[in-house]
Design a protein around this ligand. Structure first.
Ligand code: SAH
Ligand code: SF4
Length: 343
């Protein structure tokens, strides 16, 4: 049986049309399951025949919560158990009285970046659209029940496990469901896809997902260092990726975020900062500096707060808006790059 949450608004309308049902039910069904977040079958004004058809062919199950870990700073990490027993993690990150949700797009990841805990497990499988949307719905329901006055998730970032552009079709459809006006109605500017620079996916992203934000994990302006950190840099060199991004027409006020992981004595020297500054100045760019989060078995080290601030001070001279990402939830291994479900 298929999951109802596999269907985009267009898919559902096409299906209802094909079966000879009224397509006006699509908005009502999206309203029921996404706006009202009901998981029981719809009891709004939808014909009995349509309801019976849906009940017969679709289920409304969400991923099951295996474990919930709450950090001191209110970050919540969910370990979800999927239908085949695989596990995947989702993190709710507190942010100005609201939450950002960091969703996973794959179990593991094929890109094998040397600094990433997820990368150490390799790709186990892609997530389906319903498993991506399910992470959001389940986390929302958990908040509604456990922190009733705070059940607001304002941003979605694809920064959990996996390379979202390497699972393009499922991620694209999940975004269509997030965006759907009669459903969750989340603005495109509130969704960010983070990529290591997987160029084939990036090309599709620019054509098929206009308005959705992009974050590029840059991590070093130097080929040799970036090759070491992100092995797909050899297949899709940074220069080509940046050239491609420069040609994407951005919406008004839209920026590209460049993530820069800071590793002590590796890519945190003033030469790195100046070369990065020269590379990005003049672009519609934000820089997010992410101090390396250690994990069991990692050999890289995290720079001190002073060193991180010194790096930022150099970038400031290039007039690029730069944020130091404070590590949230690291007391429960919920911070970026610490997601590994093979344990
Ligand atoms: N695959 C995508 C999105 C998931 S990773 C990507 O690579 O962009 C999300 C972010 O976490 C990326 O910027 C990634 O470089 C960063 N990250 C991975 N491991 C990390 C670690 N150990 N410490 C800090 N950030 C890490
Ligand atoms: Fe995959 Fe991103 Fe981790 Fe690289 S950093 S292994 S692309 S999840």
């Amino acid at each position: 049986m298929r999951s109802f949450y596999q269907l985009s608004h267009t898919d559902l309308t096409d299906l209802l049309k094909k079966e000879g049902f009224s397509t006006s039910a699509t908005n009502r069904l999206f309203n029921w399951h996404y706006k009202r977040k009901e998981i029981s079958p719809c009891d709004l004004k939808v014909s009995d025949k349509t309801k019976d058809f849906l009940k017969k062919h679709f289920h409304f199950d969400l991923p099951k919560i295996d474990t919930v870990i709450k950090a001191k700073d209110k970050t919540v990490k969910f370990l979800f158990k999927l239908h085949d027993g695989r596990k995947v993690e989702t993190v709710l990150i507190p942010f100005h009285q609201k939450y950002s949700i960091c969703v996973s797009s794959q179990v593991g990841c094929a890109m094998k970046c040397s600094f990433c805990f997820t990368g150490t497990q390799g790709l186990k499988r892609n997530l389906t659209t319903s498993e991506i949307v399910g992470q959001y719905l389940k986390a929302w329901l958990w908040l509604n029940e456990n922190r009733p006055n705070e059940a607001r998730i304002s941003n979605i970032v694809f920064m959990g496990q996996g390379e979202p552009l390497h699972n393009f079709d499922a991620v694209k459809k999940a975004c269509e469901i997030f965006l759907s006006q009669s459903g969750l109605s989340i603005g495109a500017q509130k969704i960010t896809i983070s990529t290591s620079g997987f160029l084939p996916g990036l090309k599709r992203w620019s054509e098929e997902m206009p308005g959705v934000n992009l974050a590029l994990s840059l991590h070093s302006p130097f080929t040799k260092k970036r090759d070491e950190l992100i092995p797909i840099n050899k297949a899709f060199p940074l220069k080509e990726v940046l050239k491609y991004i420069d040609e994407i027409p951005l919406a008004k006020k839209q920026f590209v975020t460049y993530e820069y992981l800071l590793i002590k004595n590796f890519n945190d020297q003033s030469e790195d900062a100046h070369t990065l500054g020269k590379m990005l100045c003049g672009k519609r760019a934000y820089i997010n500096l992410i101090p390396f989060n250690p994990f069991p078995g990692s050999t890289y080290k995290r720079p001190s707060q002073n060193e991180v601030e010194g790096f930022k001070a150099i970038l400031d001279t290039y007039k690029i808006p730069t944020l130091i990402r404070t590590t949230k939830g690291d007391d429960v291994l919920a911070a970026c790059g610490q997601l590994n479900t093979a344990l």
